[in-house]
Design a protein around this ligand. Structure first.
Ligand code: GLY
Length: 345
């Protein structure tokens, strides 16, 4: 299988390289020569990749969203100081989206910024979280309230590392790939109509193609709007609902909540007369075929309250991404009252 490199433009004129394929064995080619390298990883990932990680200095954090905090950041800063890390040090985030978000933030702030790159070990991190430079930590129950936009020098997306992923996590990652197809790549959407979950799980060539296409969608959007003033909001398709679900229950993986969010947005878009019902049905079918949930089981009243308290609100409205067709979305700022009327009809 050929490695595929996708270069995402950075505001400073440089590029961030996303490399997809068999790449983990060539990690040495990507980290800078002769510099102190500090790996940031979590205890789960460390167990799987100990031999690889032990070649470098390391900081090991606890896994889980509850550790994506300023407290963890404080511990990382202290350990970096103890390790003698200076402005020449290179930070390597080795893990899923939480590890890469934390590493990106640590690298952006430690000594006012040091170089960094990622080995993305989950499907979700490979196709979304670690690409595009959003990083940060949660605060006061709000996700990603404190952070920066700063893209890594590289994101290594090795397909063999996905083999150690629990099936549920793999499935949840597929949902972000499906989202990318819905936003801007009808061919990618159709791959999901043609193939089963097992095809994606077992066929490396198919998976390679799907990851590459999803990263290309993200690249095109981030190239045009790195700081999310406009079209980068499209990447939040399904996410306003997903965040409300995740605020209400811990039952779902992020990608599962996104799948439910996509179905909800498709339903809303049909009600608003924007999307043909047949397209919504195709979306629902794919979500079901992939074994992803289509319904949270949470009543609309508490879900709507959770949605209102999401960080993506400003005052009394929310930017929603609505569907007009496969690969055709629009960003619409909606007043909560108006949204409520559509959601509750
Ligand atoms: N995960 C959405 C974005 O990177 O903009």
């Amino acid at each position: 299988m050929m490695n595929q490199t996708i270069e995402v433009r950075r505001e400073d004129g440089g590029t961030s390289q996303v490399v997809i394929g068999q790449v983990i064995d060539r990690l040495e080619n990507y980290v800078p020569n002769g510099k102190k390298i500090v790996v940031i990883t979590d205890t789960n990932v460390y167990k799987c990749y100990r031999i690889m990680i032990d070649r470098f200095e390391k900081i090991i954090i606890e896994p889980g969203e509850e550790h994506k905090t300023l407290d963890t950041m404080g511990q990382i800063y202290s350990q970096l100081i103890a390790l003698g890390a200076d402005r020449e040090t290179f930070l390597l985030g080795f893990g899923g989206g939480i590890v890469t978000d934390i590493t990106g933030f640590a690298a952006s702030t430690y000594m006012r910024g040091v170089r960094f790159g990622f080995v993305a070990t989950t499907l979700l991190a490979q196709v979304d979280a670690s690409v595009g430079g959003k990083n940060g930590v949660n605060r006061d129950g709000y996700k990603n309230m404190v952070g920066t936009f700063n893209q890594p020098e590289f994101v290594l997306c090795d397909l063999s590392v996905l083999k150690t992923l629990p099936e549920r996590e793999f499935r949840a990652g597929l949902s972000e790939i499906f989202k990318a197809g819905l936003i801007r790549d009808a061919g990618l959407f159709e791959l999901f109509e043609k193939h089963t979950f097992d095809d994606f799980y077992q066929d490396e060539n198919l998976l390679h193609q799907a990851i590459t296409r999803a990263v290309k969608v993200k690249k095109a959007i981030v190239d045009a709007d790195e700081k999310e003033h406009g079209q980068r909001k499209l990447l939040n398709l399904g996410h306003t609902m997903a965040h409300a679900i995740e605020k209400s229950t811990r039952r779902f993986e992020h990608g599962e909540a996104v799948a439910i969010g996509l179905v909800m947005i498709a339903g809303l878009s049909v009600k608003m007369g924007l999307l043909p019902a047949g397209v919504r049905d195709r979306i629902v079918r794919v979500v079901g075929n992939m074994g992803l949930p289509a319904d949270s089981g949470i009543p609309m009243d508490p879900l709507f309250e959770a949605l209102k308290s999401d960080k993506k609100k400003d005052a009394d409205s929310v930017s929603l991404i609505l569907l007009r067709d496969v690969a055709d979305c629009e960003i619409r700022k909606m007043n909560f009252e108006e949204l409520k009327q559509w959601l509750f009809v």
